[in-house]
Design a protein around this ligand. Structure first.
Ligand code: SF4
Ligand code: SF4
Length: 332
C-alpha cells in the first residue's frame, strides 16, 4: 500500500548532510553465532589490501566533503577489531576529515580498546549471548561510553529471551551514558522472528513500536537517528526505522531515495549505494574511475528491509511538483 505521507526524512536536520559509509570488511570473526549467516564469519573472505582501503576512503571522503557533507565511516564485519591494522586505518581515515565508528562484538581486551579509543568517534557494540562474557562486555560498555557515544544492541535470542532481557536492563542501569536497544531477531529482515512466545513478542513490540519504547535512537549519533514521516501539510510524525519494518510501512517503490547521496555500502571490495542493491553496483574499491553518486535513485524494490537504507531521505513522486513543506513535529 502507498504511504499516506509525502516524504521520509531524518529527524535530525544534521543527518541530512551526513553520509555514512558502512564497510563490511571481511568474513573473519572470532564468534560463530548460530543465527549469523556464514558469509559474515566463515573466514573465507580476507581483508582488502590496506593501501586499497586507504585510497578508496580518500576518494570517497573527498567526493562527499566537496558536496558539503560530513562523512562517517562505519567499519563492520565480520569483526573489524580482528583486523591487524585497524588502528592505522582508523587514524588514516580520520586524518582525511571523516569520523570513524565501529560495529563490534566488543570481545577485544581492555588494552585493545584503550589503544583504539583515540581513533574512534562512536561505537556500536552487539551483545551475543551465545558467545559473549557478560562481565567483559559490560566493562567494555563502561570503558567506551565514558569517552565516546556508545550504542548497544542486545540480540534478543528467542530461546534465551529472559536472560537477554535481564542483561539488557542491567546494562541500561549500569551504563546510563550508553544507549541500549533490545534488538529483535528478524526473518529475512521482513518480520520479527516467529520464535518468540507471545509475552516476548509483546515486550519487543512495545519496545520498538512506540508507547513503552524505552529508548529511541539518540539524536546526534553519527550513525543517524530516527526519521520523520512528513505529510503534505507539513505535519511530521517521528518514527524509528525498526518501527517502519515491523509496521510494514516500508514500501517506497517509485519514490526518490537518497542512497548513495546519504549512504554508501562497501561489501568487502564491492561498492554499492546501499545493501538493497538499487542503482546497480558502482564498481570495486580499486576502480580509480569509480563514479560516486551525486543524486538520488528511484526505488525499484517492493519493500525496504535494511536500516541504513531506510535512514536515507525519501520523497514520493507526488512531491516533485511542490517543494517539501517545513516539518512541524507532531509527537502523538
Ligand atoms: S559476532 Fe557478529 S559477525 Fe561474528 S558470528 Fe556473531 S553475528 Fe556473526
Ligand atoms: S529499497 Fe533501497 S532504494 Fe528502495 S527505499 Fe529502500 S533503500 Fe531506498
Amino acid at each position: 500500500m502507498n504511504p499516506d505521507y509525502v516524504a521520509l526524512l531524518p529527524q535530525d536536520a544534521e543527518d541530512r548532510d551526513r553520509v555514512v559509509i558502512e564497510w563490511v570488511m571481511s568474513s573473519i570473526c572470532n564468534y560463530k553465532c548460530s543465527y549469523c549467516p556464514d558469509i559474515l564469519h566463515d573466514g573465507r573472505i580476507r581483508w582488502p589490501e590496506y593501501d586499497d582501503m586507504v585510497d578508496f576512503c580518500s576518494r570517497a571522503i573527498r567526493h562527499y566533503t566537496a558536496l558539503g557533507k560530513d562523512v562517517t565511516v562505519l567499519f563492520s564485519g565480520g569483526e573489524p577489531s580482528r583486523y591487524r591494522r585497524f588502528m592505522e586505518l582508523a587514524a588514516a581515515t580520520r586524518a582525511m576529515g571523516a569520523s570513524v565508528a565501529i560495529l563490534s562484538n566488543g570481545s577485544r581486551p581492555e588494552a585493545w580498546w584503550t589503544e583504539a579509543l583515540p581513533h574512534l568517534d562512536e561505537a556500536l557494540l552487539s551483545f551475543h549471548i551465545e558467545q559473549a562474557d557478560v562481565q567483559h562486555f559490560s566493562d567494555r560498555v563502561a570503558q567506551l561510553s565514558a569517552v565516546i557515544p556508545t550504542q548497544v544492541n542486545v540480540v534478543m535470542v528467542p530461546d534465551r529471551f529472559a536472560e537477554c532481557l535481564a542483561i539488557s536492563d542491567e546494562l541500561r542501569n549500569r551504563h546510563p551514558a550508553a544507549t541500549v536497544h533490545y534488538k529483535p531477531m528478524m526473518e529475512h529482515w521482513r518480520r520479527m522472528s516467529g520464535g518468540y512466545d507471545p509475552q516476548a513478542t509483546q515486550v519487543l513490540w512495545n519496545a520498538n513500536m512506540g508507547g513503552e519504547r524505552p529508548v529511541r535512537f539518540p539524536r546526534g549519533t553519527l550513525l543517524k537517528g530516527d526519521m520523520l514521516r512528513l505529510a503534505a501539510d507539513g505535519a511530521a510524525t517521528p518514527v524509528t526505522p525498526i518501527e517502519l519494518i515491523l509496521g510494514e510501512d516500508n514500501h517506497w517503490l517509485g519514490w526518490e531515495c537518497a542512497i548513495g547521496q546519504e549512504t554508501l555500502f562497501v561489501e568487502f571490495d564491492q561498492v554499492l549505494r546501499s545493501v538493497c542493491g538499487v542503482g546497480e553496483p558502482l564498481g570495486t574499491i580499486r576502480d580509480r574511475d569509480l563514479i560516486f553518486p551525486v543524486g538520488p535513485v528511484t526505488c525499484t524494490r517492493a519493500s525496504c528491509t535494511c536500516i541504513a537504507g531506510i535512514k536515507a531521505s525519501k520523497s514520493s513522486p507526488n512531491s516533485h511538483e511542490v517543494p517539501l513543506p517545513t516539518p512541524t513535529v507532531r509527537t502523538s
